[in-house]
Each structure stands twice: as structure tokens, then as C-alpha cells.
Design a protein around this ligand. Structure first.
Ligand SMILES: [Zn+2]
Length: 92
């Protein structure tokens, strides 16, 4: 009887589509409104230490299951964290 899903709707942070979700189950990304990115990730997708002030102003944004899947698959396929060891690319 009390087995209700508290469904709500929101906009997916990644693909901007509106979807309904259970707030207790949905995948949330912490997004810094100033950069539009998670506090620990730079514009180039590399990692950096998250600044406390960046975390403080960040808000959780829901991400739809499709995008969560895509992100996981991308991570598995690339199988490598981004790094800049080989940047700039050498000429030979
Ligand atoms: Zn999405």
C-alpha cells in the first residue's frame, strides 16, 4: 500500500530532455553553475582538485538513464583516463 514511487520530472543535464525519475534512485551530477561542469573536472575533461568554493556553489543535476549508460560505455571503451602526457603531440 505504501509502495509508491515518489516520481518527479526534471531535465537531464547531459541531453536536456525532460524525464521522470525517482529522486532516490536517479543519478545526480554535482554541477558548478559557473562552468557548467562538475567541480573536479576541467573544461578539457581532465581532472583537477575541486575547489571548496566551487563545490559550495554547485548543485545536483539529474541525468537520465540513457546518458548514464552512454557515459559508462564511453568510459569502458576508452579505458583510459584523459591525460596530457603526450601533449603537444610530437612531430615524429
Ligand atoms: Zn540524458
Amino acid at each position: 500500500m505504501a509502495d509508491e514511487h515518489a516520481e518527479t520530472t526534471g531535465r537531464c543535464y547531459a541531453c536536456k530532455r525532460t524525464f521522470s525519475y525517482d529522486p532516490k534512485e536517479v543519478e545526480l551530477f554535482l554541477i558548478d553553475p559557473e562552468t557548467g561542469l562538475p567541480p573536479g573536472i576541467t573544461f578539457f575533461g581532465s581532472l583537477r582538485p575541486a575547489k571548496p568554493e566551487s563545490v559550495a556553489r554547485s548543485a545536483d543535476e539529474p541525468v537520465c538513464p540513457d546518458c548514464v549508460d552512454k557515459a559508462k560505455r564511453f568510459h569502458e571503451e576508452s579505458n583510459q583516463p584523459p591525460h596530457w602526457d603526450s601533449w603537444p603531440p610530437s612531430k615524429n
